[in-house]
Design a protein around this ligand. Structure first.
Ligand SMILES: C[S@@+](CC[C@H](N)C(=O)[O-])C[C@H]1O[C@@H](n2cnc3c(N)ncnc32)[C@H](O)[C@@H]1O
Length: 245
């Protein structure tokens, strides 16, 4: 995959998201700029429930205002929740909303996912929604997946929904046009243009095939696609159980 440079730094991304809290606080609809946001949120939670019933510990990477954790708490009401984000404003809102819904312990970590210090083999479920597209190059992706794998308990599950790129540039261009048309219809011209500008300045998504191969390489036993529409995809990855290691 190509090296990606010239995009917003981690600090700039944090500042940008400090100003976007309201846009990420609608649990009923999910994020309006993401095609099938609500559907993907439900598919992640239902898949987690099917694969790790009785999960007790959730890590939400790039938690934003907490939507994904809130949705997971519907299927795992007693779970302990760890919320991780670089934006203090997002983290504050997530803590407040999750605090009203959770019966278990809540831990919030204000950190870049690359450098966050978290306990190994301690999470049944890790969700990373609309955040991995901020990883920049092969080394970044590889280290992030290795880290996530090390944080999961044996048999634990990673759930991802995200902006993705298509391997073929012509197909990528086609889907970009379709995405912009979706944004204009859903949000109006000004907001669509603002979001397309932000994607260009800030995001470096990678193809699903690239992510699946890398997940298997770092040790995930099983990877499965849950949904793909326009420039968005959702999938799960299962860590080997202890007895099969
Ligand atoms: C598009 S929002 C998605 C929020 C939430 N996951 C959701 O589905 O509603 C991305 C979030 O990831 C956070 N983020 C971006 N890069 C990050 C990084 N390197 N480490 C941790 N969080 C990051 C941003 O601050 C923002 O809150």
């Amino acid at each position: 995959m190509q090296e990606n440079t010239g995009k917003r730094s981690v600090a700039e991304i944090g500042r940008y998201f400090d100003g976007e809290v309201e846009r990420f606080s609608d649990l009923g609809r999910g994020q309006a700029s993401i095609k099938d946001a609500r559907l993907m949120m439900d598919l992640l939670a239902e898949t987690a429930s099917a694969l790790v019933p009785g999960a007790r510990s959730i890590l939400d990477i790039g938690c934003g205002a907490g939507n994904q954790t809130l949705n997971l708490l519907r299927v795992f009401p007693p779970a302990d929740c760890t919320l991780l984000d670089i934006s203090s404003a997002m983290l504050e809102r997530a803590r407040e909303r999750v605090g009203r819904a959770a019966a278990g312990r809540i831990t919030s970590v204000e950190s870049d996912l690359r450098t966050a210090s978290l306990p190994r083999e301690s999470f049944d479920v890790i969700v990373a929604a609309a955040v991995l597209h901020h990883l920049r190059d092969d080394g970044d992706w590889s280290r992030a997946f290795e880290k996530i794998h090390s944080l999961l308990k044996p048999g634990g599950v990673l759930l991802v929904s995200d902006l993705i790129r298509h391997e073929n540039p012509k197909v990528e261009a086609l889907f970009k046009v379709r995405y912009e048309a979706f944004l204009r219809e859903a949000l109006g011209d000004a907001e669509a243009e603002r979001i397309m500008r932000s994607v260009a300045e800030s995001d470096t998504p990678s193809p699903l095939e690239y992510q699946f191969a890398l997940l298997r390489k770092v040790g995930f036993r099983e990877v499965g696609l849950l949904h793909k529409n326009l420039v968005f995809g959702a999938y799960y990855a299962v860590k080997q159980t202890a007895s099969r290691n």
